[in-house]
Design a protein around this ligand. Sequence first.
Ligand SMILES: *Cc1c(COP(=O)(O)O)cnc(C)c1O
Length: 371
Amino acid sequence: MTTQKKGLIPTVPGHIANLVPYPPGKPIEEFEREYGVKNPIKMASNENPLGPSPMAMEAVSQIISSLHRYPDGSGYYLKAKLAEIYGVDQSQVVLGNGSNEIIDFLIRVFVDKSSEVISSDPSFLVYRKMVQAAGGNNIMIPLKDSCHDLDAISRAVTSKTRLIFLDNPNNPMGTVIQARRFRDFLQNIPEDVLVVLDEAYMEFVREPDTPRGVDYIHKDRRIIFLRTFSKAYGLAGLRAGYGIMDPGVAESLEKVRQPFNVNIMAQAAALAALDDKKHLDQTRTVTWQGMDELFLELREMGCTPLPSQTNYILVDVGTDAGKIYKKMLKEGIIIRSMASYGLANYIRITVGLPEENRKCIAALKKVLDRL
Ligand SMILES: *Cc1c(COP(=O)(O)O)cnc(C)c1O
């Protein structure tokens, strides 16, 4: 192996050099390499514990013999189906290599050095990292009572504001916006600012008074909503997501898109998963029951879990979350420390299968008792 001498690559601009890579949940393979133990329980990345939809798996196996072909770059059938589901035109649908890619498109299209992008602190780390990578300016508004502070966000808008990212539900809190507050908020936002509702967990929301992008998309050109196949649909490994938006905005996004950004298996699986109502219903039932059980158990053991509208639960463990994370790994359970979100005493647990939830609770009890 040759090692490159320091100083031999071109200078990296300051805003890139200062970037900290996104800290993903520990992959199962990495755990197995490091601990020499097989089959840890992963409850770290809000994946579907039931696995992919059987219909999606069947669709992938059907398409395998076509892997020598490029995918349909326009994603025609998937776009058509999504347009039908939401009652929009196909020209309003943009497909992404995960919904993360739509976030990337939006920032590449609308953000330059003079632009400001507003998001909440804490919220999904990807927004601010991509804004920084684009050389733009992050305006971070602290959550209020664990929810987006819509009043403070609208006050923070300036003539330089291009985008407002609202993860609804919020990651990591699991809280949702109230519909009335959202309607009032929109009244205070200028015509030329785009409001991005990231609805990665909307399938899990039980609170009826939650604003959904689909209810606004027909009346308000500024609304964009993002959805993903990575969470409730159980296809995180394939990378498929989408955004629904004004056709003019979509047209600009299409300009920066790589021609074959969503691969052939992802398109086939996503299309099939949309038809698999049974899998989605089962996913919701397992998640909601598991959530309610975890919540009670966590409270009983003296932790402070936050009520959540998602498939994950944020928990104040009252002590260094990084330490708890490491001790849980030794018990064979991968959870998430929220220290990188600035929440030093918080862990985040993804709801698993009933057996996984029980093992997680037992391990956490053991770890906390031995501190
Ligand atoms: C998981 C997640 C996404 C989805 O990312 P993909 O790229 O679609 O896998 C988007 N937003 C939030 C807030 C998430 O937690």
